[in-house]
Write a protein that binds this ligand. Sequence first.
Ligand code: UT7
Length: 331
Amino acid sequence: MQQGSVIIRGVGSYLPRKILTNHDLASMVDTSDEWIRTRTGISQRHIADIHETCSDLAYVAAKNALEDAKLKPKDIDLLIVATMTPDMICPSSAAILQAKLNLRRVMSFDLNAACSGFVYALEVATRLLQSGNFYKRALVVGAEKVSSIVDWEDRSTCVLFGDAAGAFVLEYASTEHLGILDTVLGADGSSYEILYMPAGGSRHPATADTVAQRQHFIKMNGKELFKASVRFMGKAIEELLERNHLTKADIACLIPHQANLRIIQSLAQSLGLSMDRVFCNLENTGNTSSASIPVAFAQAKNSHHFRSGDYIVLVAFGGGLTWGATLIKWP
Ligand code: UT7
């Protein structure tokens, strides 16, 4: 491993134009604006056009990140797309995006760790950038068209999700102790059925029956996921702080996965962190899975939620179960 830092040179995001409000949902399933807002904190979500794919969303976010970094596609040495809703199972959305962006023929692959995908992808990209002289800059994108796997007849899930993409341009720099400092990741597949999509993979390939049984949509045990998320995200942050000799008081800005405001509040409370140090945008976006953290990060950066020298913590959890936390020192 080289000494030095991996810095976030540029960020970008994209939210599709179409907005679906809680009131719109109340005309589709047996729910209400009041229920959704009080149980989740969500008021609206963005929904991609029927013809818009995961790589289309990723493309706009990636272009914005490249522009923010003042770099060209030719400057990128490595591309990772974190997604659980790729354009198709094969090839990867990253391969499709490589061509759309006109990148050089660089290593490009998808990474699926559900809603934790972006923090997983950051860790993989960071380690590759630190590994030697092969890679100088990485494009890491979280992109999801969750609306394509949501059951619009199931009120317990359809009110939660939205579509979006967010992207970071990462760069290896010779400075010390700046940018992405450390990441804690974990997974526990023993209770994967807490959040899963039963069919469409090799276990249950698509048949007329799987379609009739609505097996190509997300199934979720919301209560179990709620409890597990607070526990695993809390533990990941504790471990991250401990091994970097920091305390909760050192966190200037916490950017959590935007799934449910009550989850975020419970997490903040368990850490003893006041909500003014926690960035939330889920009211307007809903849960956008692996896009949620980079989109929130881009908005937090643009609205000056952190300054030079601040410690920022990203924290995620999702299907798998998977979880992760990343420590960043803003240059
Ligand atoms: O990225 C990870 C993705 N998933 C998550 O993070 C989800 C984590 N879990 C949650 O956010 C919450 O568990 C939910 C928001 C999904 C549900 O909130 P809850 O407070 O755990 O509600 P519940 O599941 O216990 O349901 C309470 C009641 C039930 O009715 P009964 O049995 O008490 O009569 C549900 O049938 O609310 C009912 N309900 C609804 N009512 C109106 C469930 N969904 C809805 C709805 N509108 N959309």
